[in-house]
Design a protein around this ligand. Sequence first.
Ligand code: SF4
Length: 443
Amino acid sequence: MAEVSFINPLSDEGRHIIREYGDLNQIFDVDDNLIDICTHTYNQKISDDTLIPKSLYDLAMKRIQWAIEKKNNKNFTQSEFEYLTNEDLLTQDVVTFHILCQAIAIQFNTGSRETRLFIESQGNLILERLAKIPPMARTEIIDEVLDEVKVDGSIQWKTLKEIIASKKIKLTDLLIDDGQIILQQDDFLYRFGDEFTDRSPERMYNILIGDSVKEQILSRLIMQKTEEYINRIKEMSARIEIHPAIIKIAEDLKEFIPDEISKYNQYYAGSGGIYGTVQAGKLNPEAFPPCIKSTVEGVSSGGRNDAIVLLLTSFASYARLYPRIFASDESVKVSDMDPDLSITENEILPLIFDAAENCTPPLFDDQPQEKINIISKLGFGMHDHVDINHEGETKWYTPMSCEKIKIHLPNLCHPDKSCKGINNPLSCYGRKKFQLDKQEPKD
Ligand code: SF4
């Protein structure tokens, strides 16, 4: 049967492997055993020598590359990474997992695109591995891992709200009793065994609680544990000395992740699209559509608050940091594009605050609380300044559509020819900026 720590590297067994591992400097050494196992993994593609990791450092990078390719590469080929599902790599896998958690914790913000990528990939890897285990053994390992993961002895359905929201499982797929999810056979028989007189309770358990629901829940729970583990390391990293090997991986990941994503993601790559890719760059007021120009010049009371807090805040932040929002299905945060928030503080907020000052009367003179509303629309909660630790408390508000502006702020909408055929000021800005950039003489 598969080892628990191959599914849950945070298990007691996984922690034992880490304690026994020894000097972390060896992760950069060529590991013949690793090469041998990877090369002989069933279905592994070996036509190209670069496909096979040579050291634990390589394995860590390959694991991140797998996550990026699986998510972004339309021609993703699992056989190039098949060794990631080979249980013979148990020790190397557990060590790599812990190294990556530490490197990510010290290099990236909690909730950043990079941290989310790693946590999600852990959940996906678990599902890949479970899919390779024969059904009987799979049921056994799932139950064993679930037993270990549910520290408090039960799983509350509220802890799974994200997976239900993602539609991977439906609330109606779950058997809930007293707010607790019933997943294991023993628990089911204990609670409901007496209710079935004319049929076998075991059979009813198999009908009602399928393995696929348990797998999804298990994967989700381990993602949660991974996130908590990374957060704990982040807190501790200010007080303890980090091993140089971890620092090296953390620094390399900072370059490696955007480099790899840029092969598939137009936001990073900067090419393609009908008007070319709208790239993030300094705001060009010349390209602002009429409604935004009027707002920046100042609005008189009436639509003043909505113009600054709802229209301009979302427009300026997305136009500067992530103009492709409507072409992307990713959920993003300001710090994904502006990790130290310097652009937000030095370019975006001054533009918004200036526009607020230009209003008649100046917006903050009689309504200083609107500053907090602006910060909250950028995703940093109800505070008077942007702080990375508050990010995620509220959502980064997406730009209003022309239709909404026409209804709520009709005085600001005076379309000109740049507005033709668009339905959002951001699209109007992207098209005009692209045309203006094209006209600029090249050096
Ligand atoms: S049509 Fe849209 S972009 Fe143009 S002024 Fe009106 S609201 Fe702004």
